[in-house]
Design a protein around this ligand. Structure first.
Ligand code: DX5
Ligand code: ZN
Length: 223
């Protein structure tokens, strides 16, 4: 099943609860929370207090994307704050296998993220250990950027590898996803779709979600 994971980075934080309610009404399964530390990426966003508040407010699956250095130091606090999926960057972790084990020790889903310039081959060996691979389609740090063309090839490479090794790893994509490129992204094999600007930046959030769901259904039928 193809799932939508709207990124709150593009939300109106003064109306975050209302906007999350609109997503719940449309039965959106995931909510993507971008955590930035100003070191791993040149920007700062939100941290554990926001995750805690959202956790109390909704049962949506919280998909937390840690764009931070030394992520292993913060797995515990994000797990306790209520994250369901914890995404760590391959580039940020000194020992990625240990970090994955740490996430799992909190009974959370483990995901590993690749920046656009990090080749897929770096994660081949750890794929059986993780629940999801997150392929960044823009340089992490900011919403509203344009998708980098080479992302399609990387998604396809990951999909082919996962299929031929009979793995169950989800492929999540993040950055620059819109109604023009979503078809091609799904065709390449992605099944968890992060969308910030395309959902929260839309004039009507519910209509944007419905539009994504319509496209997802079309592709599910074709499979
Ligand atoms: C970028 C973040 C993304 C971002 C996506 O570093 O990881 O999740 O919010 O925003 P859009 O969909 O606007 O590119
Ligand atoms: Zn993200």
């Amino acid at each position: 099943m193809i799932k939508l994971s709207p990124s709150i980075l593009a939300a109106d934080f003064s109306r975050l609860g209302e906007e999350i309610k609109s997503l719940e009404k449309e039965k959106v399964p995931y909510l993507h929370v971008d955590v930035m530390d100003g070191h791993f990426v040149p920007n700062i966003s939100v941290g554990t207090p926001v995750v805690e508040c959202i956790r109390k407010f909704t049962d949506m699956i919280l998909d937390v994307h840690l764009m931070i250095e030394n992520p292993e130091k913060f797995i515990g606090v994000f797990a306790e704050a209520g994250a369901d999926i914890i995404n760590v960057h391959f580039e940020a972790s000194e020992n990625i296998s240990n970090t994955i084990k740490l996430i799992k020790s909190y009974n959370k889903k483990a995901a590993v993220t690749l920046k656009p310039k990090t080749p897929f081959s770096c994660v081949k060996d750890i794929l059986p250990e993780i629940d999801m691979l997150l392929i960044m389609c823009v340089e992490p740090g900011f919403g509203g950027q344009e998708l980098i063309e080479s992302s399609y090839k990387k998604i396809k490479e990951a999909y082919n590898f996962i299929e031929s090794n009979q793995l169950k790893t989800d492929i999540e994509v993040d950055g620059g996803i819109n109604f023009e490129n979503i078809g091609k992204i799904i065709e390449c094999g992605a099944n968890v779709i992060v969308a910030g600007t395309s959902v929260f930046g839309a004039e009507n959030i519910s209509l944007a979600v419905e539009k994504f769901n319509c496209i997802f259904n079309e592709y599910e039928v074709k499979k």
